[in-house]
Design a protein around this ligand. Structure first.
Ligand code: ASP
Length: 342
């Protein structure tokens, strides 16, 4: 289609997005239950990350009709064994391959335990507008009714779609589309476990249609200041969970052994007076999130003045933003700004 710019100046619009048509979708397989194998028909007691990307793709009829598929086995692990080193490999691979005009988008198959963390990390670090979609499954490939094949099929649909261009990293699960920032695992067993609490889904996939209704207003992908391409791993931070009688010495240990702390506080990010006294003395950045899934922590609700509110990021996502903030040497003021921007 000729746009107004070409019409007036006769030049070509410079856009990095892939040409129209199915194009190529790159599947980056990392393991998880979607690649899990166990006793036939059973939903528990299986080995995650047991089948290869090729086997996974072969189990989904019609996938090659959606796009040309290229499969890359990045690793094959339970997602609790994902590391920041693997994250950096993923982001560098995506950033490099996105330069190929034939590539329309990316799908990452991943275990559901830490899928939301990988999604949010990539959302802050990939430098492309092309769709990057994560998916997984709650049942292994050998269960009676595995959910992996449908989730993978729908993810390729979204990755090959024009609707998903420029939307930041997305997660597809059980016919729904979520933003990387809002998505979380909310059940240990349901096939709809990966969802987004009060923030909800941003789209629905139904047969051949990909429908995205809302976009994230938080900065992502090409609009962030983070470049991890030269790093081997991310700086370490500790996430500490407050509960009745929780030992405040944990805070001192964490401050001595990491670059920053995220607290999963009770309610609106609260903790005991004993914790307050120790936190007041700490010199590493301390970010306050909550052990409650829904809701927000604001500056006004902070118990200690030297801390930073995580806004509505979960402790595990706040930890990713804090780790990235440490890579650019952010001070407290800049940290506060980042927790409002991303
Ligand atoms: N433990 C698995 C994993 O995260 C769970 C899953 O994939 O659903 O790798």
């Amino acid at each position: 289609m000729i746009n107004i710019f070409q019409k007036i100046f006769g030049g070509e619009e410079k856009k990095e997005t892939a040409p129209a048509g199915p194009g190529k979708v790159v599947i980056l397989a990392t393991g998880g239950t979607i690649a899990g194998v166990g006793e036939s028909g059973k939903a528990t007691g299986y080995e995650p990350g047991a089948i290869t990307a090729e086997d996974l793709i072969a189990s989904v009829p019609g996938l090659d009709g959606l796009a040309e598929i290229e499969a890359i086995q990045v690793c094959n692990v339970n997602s609790d064994d994902i590391t920041s080193e693997i994250w950096i490999t993923l982001v560098n691979t995506i950033n490099e391959m996105a330069k190929d005009p034939a590539v329309k988008g990316f799908v990452i198959t991943h275990g559901t335990d830490t899928l939301e963390e990988t999604a949010y990390f990539l959302n802050l670090t990939v430098k492309t507008d092309k769709p990057v979609v994560l998916t997984g499954s709650m049942r292994p490939s050998t269960a009676i009714s595995p959910d992996g094949p449908m989730n993978l099929y729908e993810s390729v649909q979204v990755a090959a779609s024009d609707e998903a261009v420029g939307q930041g990293v997305l997660v597809v699960f059980s016919d729904r589309i979520y933003t990387a920032r809002s998505v979380m695992k909310m059940s240990t067993y349901q096939v709809t476990a990966v969802s987004a609490g009060e923030m909800g889904a941003v789209g629905i996939i139904r047969d051949t249609t990909v429908n995205i209704y809302e976009s994230s207003t938080r900065k992502h992908t090409t609009e962030t200041e983070f470049d991890v391409s030269k790093l081997k791993e991310l700086p370490k931070v500790c996430v500490l969970y407050f509960s009745v009688d929780a030992d405040p010495e944990m805070l001192r240990y964490a401050a001595e052994n990491s670059g920053g702390i995220v607290i999963a506080g009770a309610g609106a990010g609260e903790f005991s007076k004993k914790w307050m006294d120790v936190i007041d003395e700490l010199e590493v950045p301390v970010v306050i999130s909550s052990r409650i899934d829904d809701g927000i922590i604001t500056k006004d609700s902070l118990l200690c003045r030297n801390t930073v509110a995580a806004n509505n990021l979960s402790p595990q996502k706040a930890a990713i933003l804090l780790r990235l903030a440490l890579t650019v040497g952010a001070d407290r003021e800049r940290l506060e700004e980042m927790f409002c921007r991303y």
